[in-house]
Ligand binder design. Sequence first.
Ligand code: NAD
Length: 382
Amino acid sequence: MIGARGSVATTAVAGCAAMTAGLHAPTGMVTETAPFMDRGLPTLSSLVFGGHDTTSCPLPKRAEELAAGGVLPHGLPSAAHAELAAADAEIRPGGPQPGDARTDEELIDAFTADLRDFVRRRGLARAVVVNVASTEPLPADGAERLPASSLYAAAALRAGCPYVNFTPSSGLHHPHLTETARASGLPYAGRDGKTGQTLLRSVLGPMFAQRALAVRAWSGTNLLGGGDGAALADPAAAAAKNAGKERVLADTLGSAPEGEVHIDDVPSLGDWKTAWDHIAFDGFLGTRMVLQTTWQGCDSALAAPLILDLARLTSRAHERGLSGPLPDLAFYFKDPDAGAPAALGEQYAALVDFAERLGGGPAPTGRGGGGPESGPSAGGSA
Ligand SMILES: NC(=O)c1ccc[n+]([C@@H]2O[C@H](COP(=O)([O-])OP(=O)(O)OC[C@H]3O[C@@H](n4cnc5c(N)ncnc54)[C@H](O)[C@@H]3O)[C@@H](O)[C@H]2O)c1
């Protein structure tokens, strides 16, 4: 994981340990439901975590902080201490750090070497690179250097790893990487996880359209704190996020309605987000009506199971030899790959179809790199 010491990453590692130990049910994990059984996805117990981060706060301490904020259940940081410490030992310094004099090429090389080393030392069948780092501002036109998210994405391709972008940052979408991605022969998916306000919009937008109700304006406000709230206080980073939220409406309603989305950083809310939508619409004979929704979610608890789902699905896609963008995973993203439907119901149908195509066969259980004891499809990592 890129951003492996952040809230989402920490919750994913602690949550995977909790489910594996039978301490918590897999609530929120789509890949633990019936249509995804017997599709050969790597088991949760076979996942090995590692990654990059620019901060040095150890994962067990980060988990304690999240438990104090009510994000993780009380007692989980100590129950999952061994798994958190093991993942922490696999986190390498991210970049570029302030004053980092390395060129783009040197940074890509360093990240590639870390990924290859992780796979080799741990004897993994494959590694999936998942970007859960802080949202970057939109890259300036004509900027000479690649944004950090694109450096990591380039390293993933160079190391032969499938790539998932859970953030609105450029990642593989950077024009300098389009050709490399196409030629890589690797599967990749993105971008920006759909966990709250946009999830709701992708259900409600089609409802208005199908009922022939005329949406006049759709306005939204988000209040959140935590690292994500702080990063999105930068208007350039918020612009990257809001573009995805607004696109869902244009795609499901046929045109963008009046109204904007705002993101306010409220540090005392921590990871708890309130998203309010106000939808003004016309009914029969032009009768004016309003729907208001208030979503109060814990961002990391919503995102973490999706990270595990995406790692498992992309790992299996790689094992099956799939390559290129995976629009079938649009169910998970605000700004999915071209060719994906925009309505959540259709996205879910496409996902179930995709799982069927991933094929049957026993789920891999071991961690070996394809040796005789571990079986050819063993191992998986995020
Ligand atoms: N529901 C959700 O939580 C949700 C939904 C969609 C998208 N996202 C995105 O997921 C990302 C993570 O969210 P979070 O709440 O965990 O944020 P966070 O601030 O807690 O964690 C981000 C981590 O990224 C690290 N980081 C920053 N720059 C880096 C770099 N160059 N290299 C390596 N690491 C770097 C930070 O040190 C931090 O540990 C954000 O971009 C957010 O927008 C989250």
